[in-house]
Design a protein around this ligand. Structure first.
Ligand code: ATP
Length: 358
């Protein structure tokens, strides 16, 4: 029986649990054994009780739960050869020969490196006497499949990532809550939203990394807010995406925007950072469905992919589930694609370099 490991890695995203549930149940239905690897790559390196077999009933009720019930962590040792050697040994000792990784671009990069290195890792383990020839014999081939679980929606080759829609719902709900108190006091609110270099609701002005304003953004934002106030609007909302920058790549900070609104327009201005609120909580129906259909597809991919030569990434294109065979290429393309949205080729190049350096 094929033994498949599943782990969630990087920042948690709503929809990871539905994905793990679908992987476990589809795996069992297809005659496989599925092992949860707790705490992401850290669990892979640590082994022991961090690798546990999951049965059908173990994932009961997981569809409606946010975050990831098998845990996630940032694991420095998996970035080292020794860490990956230990991870390979733990998998071989458990007889696991396929791995499904649900995470962001960093996690999928790690997965791709691990897959490419696998034959060498196996050889080294035998040479070092850490595994016998007999033990590694069934493990010459290893399959890795990636699912993009991230609120950032920042991967090329897929239209949407698991968790992005729930996060947008959470932002809308939070901004609606802020709006009612802002109207009561005729206040201005500067709201910082997460999402690295990707921006996101009824706001007067939005600072998006993909559409950087000029360095004189203070005049732009004040012009818009003044016009809306003159039309009788009692509340002002300015959204600042985490990675917002101006046309010269200077970061735009909420406190700077607050200062501009307070000093130029005399508005009583507050800053709210939504932070992890937008990542937590139950997944929206969309992410329950997305995690489920991609989890099912991940098992199909494990059973059909060419071991050692490809690590397919499951995505969505025009509402169809897709496979991308070149994870590394999808990750490389993502920064350039985002940069090209700017339409100014010279600035796009500078911006692509800025994104990959941060
Ligand atoms: P998010 O989109 O939420 O940031 P992410 O998957 O991009 O998620 P990272 O912190 O970049 O999050 O990566 C998660 C883990 O993946 C790292 O802690 C590390 O264990 C592994 N990883 C990342 N990059 C590499 C790499 N180049 N080589 C090996 N492992 C890596």
């Amino acid at each position: 029986r094929k033994r498949i490991g599943v782990l969630t890695s990087g920042g948690d995203s709503p929809g990871m649990n539905p994905a793990v549930r679908a992987i476990v149940r589809t795996g069992i239905a297809r005659g496989c054994e599925v092992f949860a690897i707790y705490e992401g790559y850290q669990g892979l390196v640590d082994g022991g009780d961090k690798i546990r077999k999951l049965e059908w009933e173990d994932v009961h009720g997981w569809l409606r739960v946010g975050g990831t019930l098998i845990g996630t962590a940032r694991c420095m040792s998996f970035k080292t050869h020794e860490g990956r050697l230990q991870a390979a040994e733990n998998l071989i000792k458990r007889g696991i020969d396929a791995l499904i990784v649900c995470g962001g671009d960093g996690s999928l990069t790690g997965a791709d490196i691990f897959r490419a290195e696998w034959p060498q890792l196996v050889q080294e383990l035998v040479q070092m006497g850490r595994c016998s020839k007999k033990e590694v014999e069934p493990h010459q081939f290893f399959t890795i499949v990636g699912l993009v679980g991230s609120i950032d929606n920042d991967m090329s080759s897929t239209d949407i990532t698991i968790g992005a829609v729930t996060s947008l719902h959470r932002i809308c709900e939070s901004v609606d809550c802020i709006a009612s108190t802002a109207i009561s006091h005729s206040r201005a609110f500067v709201v910082e939203v997460m999402g690295r270099h990707c921006g996101c609701c009824g706001a007067d002005f939005v600072f998006l990394p993909e559409r950087p304003p000029s360095t004189d953004w203070a005049s732009e934002v004040c012009g818009v807010v003044e016009r809306h106030r003159a039309q009788g609007k009692r509340q002002t909302t300015v959204i600042v995406a985490e990675g917002a920058i101006d046309a010269e790549l200077n970061p735009i900070k909420c406190e700077d925007v607050k200062k501009v609104l307070a000093e130029h327009l005399g508005l009583d201005t507050r800053v709210t950072t939504l932070g992890h609120v937008q990542r937590g909580g139950a997944p929206a129906a969309y992410d329950r469905n997305l995690g489920t259909i991609q989890g099912v597809e991940a098992i199909e991919a494990v059973l059909r992919a060419k071991p050692n030569t490809e690590s397919p990434m499951i995505g969505m294109r025009e509402n169809q589930v897709t496979w991308t065979h070149e994870v590394a290429e999808a990750i490389r393309r993502k920064d350039f694609a985002r940069a090209m949205e700017l339409r100014d080729p010279e600035f796009a190049e500078e911006y692509a370099a800025y994104i990959s350096s941060t």
